[in-house]
Ligand binder design. Sequence first.
Ligand SMILES: [Zn+2]
Length: 167
Amino acid sequence: MVDTVSEEQRSYNMSRIRSKDTKPEILIRSMLHGLGYRFTVNGPKNRQLPGKPDIVLPKYGTVIFVHGCFWHGHEGCKDFRLPKTRTDWWRAKIDRNRSRDARNLAAVRALGWRALVIWSCEFNTAAKLEALRAGLSARIGLPMETAEERAVAEPAAPYGKRRAKNR
Ligand SMILES: [Zn+2]
């Protein structure tokens, strides 16, 4: 059994190395910068909110999870195919990831955040990237309206108003 576990771990590690799941995170950051959004990737909210969202936009009350289609089991996506070997093990693993993702989304929304998932396949081609960029503001939504909400989410952001006019 020890061999089995280590083999699974090895195969997991190898898949991680092969996966390009950090690249979409970098692309989305530069896209958000280009659109004039302010966000955090390693702030307290990124660390503390359920599921540790990749991107937090405090002014908008929006969090973004960037999910690799394989690891997070993107339903119906051609980038999500279970490996032909150890299929049951992979299926169980991906199912656990999916359940955890669903719980985290529900939990972060229950805390009053808008939460959206951007899948790695949305970065696959130049055309898809452009579609993602074009639709991103609509997915992020409008800034939060009330001063109360803003005070909680954004205690020190003197640039907030100027940025808002760009929307
Ligand atoms: Zn996908």
